[in-house]
Design a binder for this molecule. Sequence first.
Ligand SMILES: CC(C)(COP(=O)(O)OP(=O)(O)OC[C@H]1O[C@@H](n2cnc3c(N)ncnc32)[C@H](O)[C@@H]1OP(=O)(O)O)[C@@H](O)C(=O)NCCC(=O)NCCS
Length: 191
Amino acid sequence: MNTHLFSRRGASARRPAGTAKRSPKRAPGLRLRRAGVGDVEALDALEQAVFSGDRMRRRQFLHHVQAQSSDLIVAVSQQQLLGYALLLRRRGIRSCRVYSIAVSSAARGQGLGALLLQRLERIARANGLGEIRLEVRQDNTTALALYESRGYRRFGAHSGYYEDGADAWRLAKSLVPKPRRRSSRSGAGSA
Ligand SMILES: CC(C)(COP(=O)(O)OP(=O)(O)OC[C@H]1O[C@@H](n2cnc3c(N)ncnc32)[C@H](O)[C@@H]1OP(=O)(O)O)[C@@H](O)C(=O)NCCC(=O)NCCS
């Protein structure tokens, strides 16, 4: 299987100057919605600004805006595109993939990345999917912190996965709620 078909990279992100640990302030009028053809230009501009390599191209955005198996979600505030996230599903497969998440540098550290990820998980669950997977650069400590703090676990690696030869971690999260452990006292009839 060509893993590059469904997965990719992350920028080597660092907390940008002036975005010290989380301000709970949200951008005014923040809205998450499905991307449309009219968002493609702004998506392309954000992609250029955020990633230095392995970028998605304009025609790929155009494809994902229209493809039934793609969920391309944008975060918009006052007509400005602040971020996007892309989920890829495949017919007959119970696992799906976070292909990309990006937040503009000015909007980072405010919970937007987590919000976008949560939205993708909600979509995956609504489609009856049991697992979500992704790849992330091993040097992308910010994105790794985002994923691992939200329950994603490393299960493998791809060496030389990215255009510049960087390695990727493979991460996965089960979307199936764990069965609740029955109390050993349940049904015992005594207290
Ligand atoms: C990764 C990215 C999407 C995070 O977006 P964000 O809106 O800044 O993230 P949030 O504010 O929602 O933070 C979510 C979690 O990410 C982690 N995180 C965010 N910024 C961090 C930083 N600078 N340093 C360390 N961890 C950080 C934390 O675990 C945080 O959770 P917490 O606030 O509960 O501790 C953003 O940094 C980005 O677009 N980076 C460049 C593109 C990229 O690398 N995409 C991922 C490709 S796999």
